[in-house]
Ligand binder design. Structure first.
Ligand SMILES: C[S@@+](CC[C@H](N)C(=O)[O-])C[C@H]1O[C@@H](n2cnc3c(N)ncnc32)[C@H](O)[C@@H]1O
Length: 290
């Protein structure tokens, strides 16, 4: 495996994914009952933006860097979710950027649970170390309610579902570097849905090869009669080729009003991060709610 998130931490794709994750968590927290966040491709949990990997492409500058600058210079109101996200990120110090596990563990409550799965042993060790060092609020997630393990995250959609809480967010954030990965993802989500039809599944994907991508997304939506939406943000205009133009999340069973809550957030980040005025952003229902 070649993929290392250390090169990409804090980029435009992380901004969209992490804002969506925080919004999903906030909506789930509207009910007192605890829930699971299962992060199937967890990564290292915290990234040093001064490390040579991060410095190489300076991707964080085009993501969290641009967003921070836009919110500092905004004429209109900055959506509350973006202010909260920037506050959380800044809590790790400007030198570091938190990954999805650190953001989730920082915002979950005492009754919730976090499971992070990472396949690369060295990264899995880093993840455990980074989460162990995290200071969580007194009424937040106790250390015994978060676990990490070195394993295949797609297999966790069988082994860890349904959660005992019967409520959960499953973040699936693969690197998309193996030829078989897209097929494996479809099969894993199918297995996950068989066990946990009401789970909130959030699958991150890169936007490239649009026609092929749309067919693949529709195939996933057909796995369930439940509501499915996509939320996408591009930084350059769509093109038919293999160049990455942006990223998206396919969300199965989004909590009520997730789309409405995300609309102003998406508009703000699109304007802040795009490198081309024609870069699209959209929220579309593949399976509309009944
Ligand atoms: C995009 S990164 C994850 C970033 C993280 N979710 C975040 O938002 O901070 C993908 C991670 O998945 C790991 N990985 C690749 N294949 C995997 C698999 N089958 N199961 C679990 N982890 C895998 C990679 O080593 C990498 O750390």
């Amino acid at each position: 495996m070649n993929y290392q998130h250390h090169f990409h931490a804090g980029n435009h794709a992380d901004v969209l994914k992490h804002l969506a994750l925080l919004q999903l968590i906030a909506l789930m927290e509207q009910k007192d009952a605890g829930f699971l966040v299962l992060d199937t491709h967890a990564g290292a949990g915290l990234y040093d933006l001064e490390a040579s990997e991060a410095r190489r492409g300076d991707e964080a500058e085009g993501g969290i860097g641009r967003l921070r600058a836009a919110s500092e210079n905004a004429d209109a109101a900055v959506p509350a979710l973006i202010r909260r996200y920037l506050g959380l990120v800044d809590g790790f110090g400007r030198r570091h950027y938190p990954g999805s596990p650190a953001l989730a563990v920082s915002t979950l409550r005492a009754q919730d649970r976090f499971v992070g799965v990472e396949m690369v042993p060295k990264v899995a060790r880093e993840l455990e170390r980074n989460l162990s060092g995290l200071a969580v609020p007194e009424d937040g997630l106790a250390p015994r309610r978060r676990t990490t393990r070195c394993d295949n995250g797609l297999a966790a959609l069988k082994s860890d579902l349904p959660p005992i809480e019967r409520r959960g967010i499953i973040l699936i954030d693969p690197p998309y570097e193996q030829a078989s990965e897209r097929e494996d993802i479809v099969l894993a989500i199918e297995a996950g849905l068989q066990r946990f039809a009401t789970g909130v599944f959030a699958l991150w994907y890169p936007i490239k090869q649009r026609a092929y991508l749309d067919r693949w997304l529709r195939r996933i939506a057909r796995l369930t009669p439940k509501p499915v939406l996509t939320i996408e943000n591009s930084i350059i205009r769509d093109e038919p080729g293999n160049r990455l133009t942006g990223s998206g999340l396919l969300v199965i069973n989004p909590p009520w009003q997730f789309d409405i809550a995300m609309a102003p957030v998406l508009e703000f980040i699109n304007r802040a991060l795009r490198e081309d005025d024609a870069a699209p952003a959209s929220i579309d229902w593949l399976n509309p709610p009944a």
